[in-house]
Design a protein around this ligand. Structure first.
Ligand code: AMP
Length: 413
């Protein structure tokens, strides 16, 4: 199938062609016709499948014929709600690219930065608004945002939105829009609470599933290292020195863990930056830009901070801490081996994380390759410990949690 078969207007097709897309991805093939038919949909697809264009292109198409209304009279006709700032920005960039040859206007609003410039843009009028829930409600309360004319509401990364505690905000936003709107719900996974939300606000939705699990697994060499918790940093340094090369993302579960590992890697001369929920929007964006430009080749991230961000061409993903939700493992490793390339995923598993490995393997229907030949085996009897250099690691204490991280228990991402 080609983009032309999807009945998109010329200016949109031109922008798509200039972006370098030859053919629609599977999720685009399935989604675009349904959106153009004004159906409600539930799409289970992850970042990397082309899901943003799957809703952005038909939304632009639906609005295209009415694009020339006086600029002042512009009303928000499409609202895209996204859980994280980075993802919201990325969606906005996509809309801007695909609408190059139209007069449609879009903007993005999110917290963590000054609200005034956002107000100024909104007052001038936009057709498409991309927003994180908190800032959107804030702007609505201040009467800057009018949702009375929203025809299409997109809830992106719905599972993450609910994980982050936005359920009430999302329901409120939905109620603030007109009743007759079309709702497009995108979610990497569809757990029960997403189903519940969908059944409470969507009308006879069509379902689209784009499985990524098996195709991801095929191209990613998935390696597993059993290692005592206290030696994880040493093993990570050992792997970076001897094995892992190129553009790398290292995932940690907590903000504290991210900071700690970043300090150690910096001390050891690596070019590294990090993103997590305690960093300001500007700092996070700078880190991402540095990584994308190649100024640093290692990015350390928590799952929530990295979720949805389009970072492609990765050579390796390191699961420094294993995720307790198996789907998260699939998201993480899905960041390497995109577009038919191959990649390597390194998972460091300590004794208390063994059960996570079982759930992951059950989900992906694959046994990870256990690498026993390394200096810090979990069971020292099975393999002699050859500590090459004790000095290289950090002086971290036993036990993972610091006083600081215990204090900040509420927001661990
Ligand atoms: P997404 O899943 O929306 O985050 O998209 C992941 C990446 O795929 C982005 O870098 C897009 O620019 C790219 N992409 C989206 N649609 C296509 C397509 N039809 N062909 C090639 N790349 C695409």
């Amino acid at each position: 199938m080609s983009f032309k078969d999807l009945q998109l207007n010329r200016p949109i097709l031109r922008a798509v062609a200039e972006t370098g897309y030859d053919n629609p991805t599977l999720v685009q093939e399935k989604t675009i016709p349904l959106v153009l038919n004004k159906k409600d949909i539930i799409v289970s697809a992850q970042t990397g499948t082309g899901k943003t264009a799957a809703f952005a292109l038909p939304i632009l198409q639906l609005l295209f014929d009415r694009q020339d209304v006086a600029k002042k009279g512009k009303t928000i006709k499409a609202l895209i709600v996204s859980p994280t700032r980075e993802l919201a920005l990325q969606i906005e960039e996509n809309f801007k690219t695909y609408s190059t040859y139209t007069n449609l206007r879009s903007t993005v609003v999110f917290g963590g930065i000054s609200i005034e410039p956002q107000k100024d843009i909104l007052k001038k009028g936009v057709d498409i608004l991309i927003a994180t829930p908190g800032r959107l409600l804030d702007l609505h309360k201040q009467d800057i945002v009018n949702l009375d004319y929203v025809e299409t509401l997109v809830l992106d990364e719905a599972d993450l939105m609910l994980d982050m505690g936005f359920i009430d905000d999302v329901k409120k936003i939905e109620r603030l829009c007109t009743r007759e709107k079309q709702i497009l719900l995108f979610s990497a996974t569809i757990p029960y609470k997403v189903e519940q939300l969908a059944s409470s606000i969507l009308t006879s939705p069509e379902r689209i599933e784009v499985a990524q699990n098996s195709s991801t697994s095929k191209n990613v060499n998935q390696l597993l290292y059993y290692v005592p918790k206290r030696n994880k940093i040493e093993l990570c340094l050992h792997l970076l020195r001897n094995t892992i090369k190129g553009r790398i993302i290292i995932f940690r579960r907590t903000k504290f863990g991210v900071d700690k590992l970043e300090k150690t890697l910096l001390k050891n001369g690596y070019k590294v930056d990090s993103i997590h929920g305690d960093k300001s929007q500007t700092t996070r964006q700078e880190a991402l830009n540095k990584f994308k430009k190649g100024d640093v080749n290692i990015l350390i991230a928590t799952d929530v901070a990295a979720r949805g961000i389009d970072i492609s061409n990765l050579d390796a993903v390191v699961n420094f801490d294993l995720p307790n939700v198996p789907e998260t493992y699939v998201h993480r490793i899905g960041r390497t081996a995109r577009a038919g390339k191959s990649g390597i995923a390194y998972s460091l598993c300590s004794a208390d994380e063994k059960s996570y490995i079982q759930s992951i393997q059950q989900l992906i229907l694959l046994q990870l390759d256990v690498i026993e030949d390394h200096p810090y085996p979990l069971d020292p009897k099975a393999k002699p410990i050859i500590h090459k250099s004790k000095k290289t690691g950090s002086k971290h204490k036993k036990g993972r949690k610091s006083v600081a991280s215990k204090k900040k228990k509420k927001r661990w991402y």
